[in-house]
Design a protein around this ligand. Structure first.
Ligand SMILES: NC(=O)c1ccc[n+]([C@@H]2O[C@H](COP(=O)([O-])OP(=O)(O)OC[C@H]3O[C@@H](n4cnc5c(N)ncnc54)[C@H](OP(=O)(O)O)[C@@H]3O)[C@@H](O)[C@H]2O)c1
Length: 164
């Protein structure tokens, strides 16, 4: 559910579906902390998940911490920054160190961060490649190097333009 319009009322409708057993979990998308606080204040169920734009260039640290505090799963949309990251020289070199592609490096970073990442690809070989990320682990110093990529770049619309 997006943070638009009468989202509190919409959330109450989703809560009813959940209470009736017609939804196993209910969640939101592109919510900022004030949107989530408003749901906490005015409704009864904490969202299971908040799907937001998240990739090495937009790491959403404060929001992720808030989610962790309240038991909300962080799900990344555009987890590969729509592919725009994948030709970066530093990232490519880091990926080569692990014998992996830049996309696999970024997806492994998501896994180790604890975010749910669902990359989109129409290319069967890439879809296979994107699953092959469970046989290596990024070292702490490489995670620290990836933390440096966070410059706030968005690839999608800025949810700040949404109503509160
Ligand atoms: N909630 C929201 O507001 C919101 C907004 C935007 C997107 N989303 C969702 O987020 C999901 C993914 O986001 P996204 O499509 O924007 O971006 P993304 O998953 O970050 O990137 C997709 C792009 O990366 C390429 N790619 C995928 N795997 C690759 C690989 N292994 N090597 C090289 N290139 C690779 C794809 O190319 P090919 O397809 O040509 O292989 C495509 O161009 C979608 O399911 C979308 O519905 C949600």
């Amino acid at each position: 559910m997006p943070a638009r319009g009468k989202y509190v009322e919409t959330w109450r409708a989703l809560e009813k579906l959940y209470a009736d057993g017609r939804a196993r979990a209910i969640g939101v998308s592109n919510f900022h902390v004030p949107h989530l606080r408003r749901l906490f204040d005015e409704t009864g169920i904490v969202p299971a998940v908040n799907q937001v734009e998240l990739h090495p260039r937009l790491q959403q640290k404060a929001l992720r911490e808030f989610h962790a505090e309240h038991g909300i799963v962080t799900e990344a949309w555009s987890p590969l920054a729509q592919g725009s990251l994948l030709s970066d020289a530093t990232l490519t070199a880091l990926a080569a160190k692990y014998g992996k592609s830049p996309a696999q490096l970024v997806l492994r970073w998501h896994l180790q961060l604890g975010t749910v990442a669902i990359p989109k690809s129409v290319t069967p070989s890439r879809i296979r490649e994107n699953f092959d990320v469970f046989d290596f682990e990024l070292a702490e110093d490489d995670l620290a190097a990836l933390a440096e990529f966070d410059d706030g770049t968005r690839t999608g619309p800025d949810p700040d333009t949404f109503s509160s």
